[in-house]
Structures are given as C-alpha cells and as structure tokens.
Design a protein around this ligand. Structure first.
Ligand code: MG
Length: 362
C-alpha cells in the first residue's frame, strides 16, 4: 500500500466558553486536519492546532510546512515501512513540531490500520480507558466556585486551574475552588508567568492557605532551566515542566538536571508519537512520571494522545480536556469522551470514521 495524496482541511469547533491563559484568549478551535490517502482506499488522519504562543506555528505555517515539505516526502512511499516514513518526516524540515505531529499521527493511523490493530495495542497497551482532569476557566472567584461545583457534580475529581497574572487574585480564586471542592485534586498551570523566587513565594503562600496543590506546571520562562531547577528544589509544590520541554533532548536535560519532578508530554510540542515514545522511555529510565497534555485540539489528535497514554504506564496523569471544552464534535469515531472517562474502541488505527464540515485547502 502506497501513500498517494496528502490533503489538508480546516476543522472548526466552537468552545463552550472562551479559553484564557496568561498568554492568550481563544473562542474556538480551528485546526488543520491532514488526510493521507493511499492506493487501497484506507485514509490516515492527523490534526494540528495553531498554537503560535507556544510552538510558533500558525494555520499558514502548518499548511505550508506540510504542503511544501512534509507531504512531498511521503507521497509514493510504502505504508508498511513505518520507520522509513518516520525518518522522512523528521528529515523533511527543521522545527514545525505541530505540522510534523499532524502528519506523523496520520502515518501511525495508517500503519495501525494496515496491521488491523487499534493504535494503543500496536504500542503495547492493554487497557483501553483513562480519566482526564478538567480545566476550570479563569474568572471571578464566585464564577469559578460555581464552575467547580458543576465539574464535581459531573464526576470530575481532578481540576486544573490556570494562574499567573495576579498572585493575590489567584489566591482568592484557588481558595474559592478549594472550598467548592474539598476532596478534589487541584493542579495549577502558571504558563511561564513567574520569576523563580517569586514562584517559590507564591507557592508557599498557597500551601500555607491550605490549598493542597498537587503540582504546578511551568512556573517560569521556558528557557530558564536554572530557574525551573531552583523552583523544583525550593518549592513546597511539585513542579512539572511543560513549555521547557519540547524534544526528547529537552526531556533528557530536564531529567538529568532534576529541573522538574514531572514532565508534560504533548504531541504538538515533541513532533508526534515517535518522539513522545522517546520521552516516555527517558522518563522510564529516570523514574519521572509524565502527564499527557494537549493544546486546544479537537478529537483527532487528542485520540492519538489517548492511544499513547493507554500504552504507557509511565504516563500517570491525563490532561486531555480539549474536546470536552468544545460545544460541538465534528469527528465521528475516535475516543469516546464521557465526563472524566475517555475510552477507546477496538477499531483499527485511531478509529476515526470521518469528520464533518471540513473546508479543504487543496
Ligand atoms: Mg501547561
């Protein structure tokens, strides 16, 4: 079976409420979908969101990278020779991690379909379900308390809160959330907002208030590995590296320097499933538990992340609420989201049957 054509399309899904972080505000998911067509009518699918603030990629850059570099490197190649395909993607262009991830996910989808196996089983997994946290959107404390009660009522037991802009208001917000959910696991994400010493002080204040924070994601600037190391050594809250860790090489640096207690694997940062597997392997060696995360993504690429997480025991935490934040799901098949539980079917590949409302770009 040969890859005959690479098609790109835009997928749009509205969010229930605008998504705010220390870096940006977004009201809808608008992602690039990749379709790899073959000589045997099997289609492989992948997806990439434009997350300029994190990966530097836009709709324009993702589509150009795929149409001009990554796609042409695959057309005419045999699906059965996975390692060749992965090497061709890697060599096709420097950087562009989300564009590469989208195509790579489509290649793994094709390969697993050609083997007749769901991807998680191809990767060695034996359990087809997991539980995700849910992000409580940043708002005034009363609204956040109400949203928290809502989430707990829906069965969520782990909450993720974005913090950063205003430490004293963050403290009020988190206190309101903790009061509304005394038993929930609460993790926070500062998205690079703090200076190292400031971070330690803020986290000490939070724990002194009895907030019982499970972990903090990316307290300091992505490139400030020394700062990250300082916070990890001095903070009462365990630290997770997110924006500081894109590639497997970054992961090794973080782990060797003990710059974080945990790492957050995202397919869009590392460039796809094979690099995610390399990071997981390093994490197994260093005994560093991983979270699987996503950007604001619809269900194609998040389904790939679910397959990966189901296959790797070292991935102990799941932050895959992207599809749950959308008010409509244009993707048929794939992972089944029901509250905090995400389940895979035994369909081969990613298990995606089709996507409605796509606007094709080529
Ligand atoms: Mg994060």
């Amino acid at each position: 079976m040969k890859i005959t054509q690479v098609r790109l399309a835009l997928l749009t899904a509205p969010l229930r409420v605008p998504f705010r972080t220390a870096l940006r505000e977004v009201s809808k998911v608008e992602d690039i979908v990749v379709e790899l067509h073959t000589s045997e009518s099997i289609v492989g699918r992948g997806e990439a969101p434009p997350t300029a603030a994190v990966t530097g990629e836009t709709i324009g850059s993702i589509s150009s990278a795929i149409l001009e570099h990554i796609g042409p490197a695959l057309v005419g190649k045999n699906v059965e020779h996975l390692d060749n395909l992965l090497a061709a993607i890697d060599r096709s262009i420097v950087g562009n991690s989300s564009a590469k991830a989208a195509v790579e996910i489509a290649v793994w989808d094709l390969y697993a379909q050609s083997c007749g196996l769901p991807l998680y089983r191809l990767l060695g997994g034996g359990i087809n379900h997991l539980e995700t946290d849910i992000t409580i959107s940043v708002n005034d404390p009363e609204t956040m308390a109400k949203d928290t009660e809502d989430a707990v009522r829906k069965g969520y037991s782990t909450l993720k809160i974005k913090v950063g802009e205003n430490p004293s208001l963050d403290l009020e917000r988190l206190s309101a959330v903790r009061k509304a959910a005394p038993d929930a696991v609460i993790r926070i994400d500062a998205n690079q907002a703090w200076k190292p010493r400031q971070a330690v002080q803020i986290l000490e204040n939070m724990q002194a208030e009895g907030l019982n924070i499970e972990l903090v994601e990316q307290p300091v600037k992505a490139r400030d590995i020394e700062g990250l190391e300082f916070v990890t050594a001095n903070s009462p809250v365990p630290v997770m590296a997110d924006e500081s860790m894109f590639s497997p090489q970054d992961a090794l640096t973080v782990m060797q320097r003990h710059a974080a207690d945990f790492v957050n694997i995202k397919l869009m940062k590392c460039g796809g499933i094979s690099n995610a597997l390399r990071i997981a392997a390093a994490a197994e060696i260093y005994g560093v538990e991983c979270m699987i995360g996503c950007m604001l993504e619809a269900k194609v690429s998040v389904t790939a992340a679910v397959h990966l997480a189901c296959a790797k025991n070292i991935i102990t935490r799941v932050d895959l609420d992207g599809p749950a934040l959308c008010s409509a799901d244009p993707v048929a098949g794939g992972a089944i989201f029901s509250g905090k539980r995400i389940e895979l079917t035994e369909a081969s590949g990613l298990g995606i049957d089709g996507i409605s409302g796509l606007r094709y770009l080529n």
